[in-house]
Design a protein around this ligand. Structure first.
Ligand code: ADP
Ligand code: MG
Length: 503
């Protein structure tokens, strides 16, 4: 049901010394499940807690402890899968990925290599210029997060904080369908948006709740189309994986650097080694972390502590029935029901909360006017103070009240902006403020006529000039508005000035 009326964005092309190259990108996004408890223990997932205070015996890898699956995490993974239009696997299984690291006390990570809970899905990635691409999702599996080693607190010692150990992650693996750095960022942004709508991941990248491993390769024009037709990866170049990126800006910078590095190697007659690399934001470079051969030695095997995970179709159906309206559908509805531009609908649906705010304002009112006020006045004002929509001091009812006063001709658009500022900073009922402060616009044509007559009488020279050049009428309108404290109905003033100057 994805909208395919979009044009497909052009792949990023980099001109090498020996011809053009295209980028091919696949992402493995790690999204922290929005669960208060960990995947296999009841320990808290609270961010910023005292180090090592949220660590159960299970998380600490104590002998004899047995993991117990957290049903809430499973539900959120299913919900995420459904939100990405993906196949839900009624039977999945957990495997142990064995490796040694101080932040992994168990000596293995419990993950789902062979039988993930979510299979193939898709995401519509819009580029904001009217182009969009469908990025295929290969799978989503549930797995444990690791702890955090801290090497910069003491010159002689390293520390470890196990609070994150065992926290549930969803690893969302894309097909290599992404064709440029901006698309990669837009893809992560879209996943984040959908998961925030679903309430399955808060998407907080600063806290590390959404991170991406970015796989990059380069190929010659035409090769990607050959891969698409055959799904044969041999048409694509060798990829490198850049680990653990938690900023949209760094993701783009890393992809760009990495593509250029690979092109330089290839044009020099060399071969790209498949390896894991790290991005250094200070230098803007990626550097080798480990080669893929070492990395592959994980000795995966089915986790003997956990039975295969079986879920029922009825349960999945219930979760599906409870899904909220998702961004693509909401945006399309805003365009068709309120006559909004694609761009404005996109801005309003960026977050579920701002969409709900807009709908409350637009209810029973002109949708386009409501959208203009929400986007330009409210969002603009909130941004100034770095507030988000949930912190808005102006409620939808208050903003709606202001729009009603404009629609009824009680205030002009200009006075409405002053009124908005008053409501924003002082609160109160807009209609009452207009009454009490005498902000109602003068629509009484008699009063306006009197004001116009006065200005005309006081400025005979200007009147002569305006009779020759009708464009000068604007000066009279300005004088009348000034004289009436901006409260005269501008349309009426314009008409009366024009009429009197003609006389
Ligand atoms: P691994 O398990 O070794 O990480 P996967 O098959 O799971 O390998 O692929 C990991 C990611 O790499 C996926 O997101 C996939 O789309 C991406 N990928 C695979 N081949 C390429 C390629 N040639 N160029 C860019 N990305 C690729
Ligand atoms: Mg991988």
């Amino acid at each position: 049901m994805l909208d395919l009326t979009y044009e497909t964005p052009k792949p990023k092309v980099i001109q090498g010394a020996k011809g053009d190259w295209e980028l091919v990108i696949g992402l493995e996004v790690h999204a922290q499940v929005a669960s208060a408890a960990k995947l296999f223990s009841g320990a808290s997932t609270e961010f910023g807690a005292e180090p090592n205070s949220n660590v159960s015996f299970i998380d600490a890898g104590m002998p004899g402890m047995l993991p117990v699956i957290n049903e809430g995490c499973v539900e959120l993974a299913v919900r995420t899968g459904l939100g990405l239009k993906a196949e839900i696997n009624l039977v999945s299984a957990f495997d142990r990925k064995n490796y040694f690291y101080p932040d992994l006390p168990q000596g293995y990570q419990i993950s789902q290599l062979y039988h993930p809970i979510v299979g193939e899905g898709e995401v519509l990635v819009e580029m904001g210029d009217g182009t969009a691409r469908i990025v295929r999702i290969e799978r989503i599996h549930l797995e444990q997060d690791a702890g955090k080693s801290i090497h910069d607190m003491d010159p002689h010692m390293s520390f470890v904080d196990l609070n994150r150990t065992g926290v549930a992650l969803m690893e969302i693996v894309s097909r290599p369908d992404i064709r440029g750095p901006e698309e990669a960022a837009a893809y992560v942004g879209k996943l984040r948006q959908i998961m925030r709508y679903l309430g399955t991941c808060d998407g907080n990248m600063q806290n590390g709740n959404l991170r991406a491993d970015v796989n990059v390769s380069v190929c010659r024009p035409g090769d990607y189309e050959r891969y698409q037709k055959s799904q044969d990866f041999s048409h694509l170049g060798t990829r490198c994986e850049i680990k653990n990126m938690n900023s949209m800006r760094f993701i783009q910078a890393a992809i760009d650097y990495e593509a250029r590095r690979q092109i330089a190697i290839l044009e020099d007659g060399g071969t790209v080694e498949q390896e894991t690399r790290l991005f250094d934001p200070d230098k803007g470079e990626t550097r080798s972390m480990r080669s893929k051969e070492e990395a592959h030695d994980y000795r995966y095997f089915p986790c003997p502590d956990l039975l295969p995970l079986e879920i029922e179709q009825g349960w999945v159906d219930d979760i599906a029935a409870a899904l909220p309206e998702l961004p693509d559908a909401k945006k399309a509805r805003f365009v068709s029901d309120f006559g909004l531009t694609d761009y404005d609908a996109g801005v309003l649906t960026a977050e579920a909360e701002s969409a709900a705010y807009f709908e409350a304002v637009a209810d029973g009112r002109d949708g386009k006017i409501a959208a203009n006020w929400v986007i330009n006045e409210l969002f603009g004002r909130l941004k100034k103070e770095e507030h988000d929509i949930t912190e808005s001091p102006v409620s939808p009812a208050q903003l709606g009240g202001i729009l009603d006063l404009i629609a009824q001709g009680d205030i002009s658009g200009k006075i409405a902006k002053d009124l908005f500022e008053i409501v924003y900073t002082e609160g109160g009922d807009p209609a009452e403020i207009v009454e009490v402060r005498g902000m109602r616009q003068v629509t009484d044509t008699g009063a306006i006529e009197a004001a116009v007559d006065k200005v005309i009488a006081e400025n005979p020279a200007q009147v002569e000039k305006a009779k020759e050049n009708p464009k000068l009428a604007g000066w009279f309108v300005g004088q009348v508005m000034k004289a009436t404290g901006g409260k005269a109905n501008p349309k009426a003033v314009n008409e009366i000035v024009a009429k009197k100057l003609r006389a």
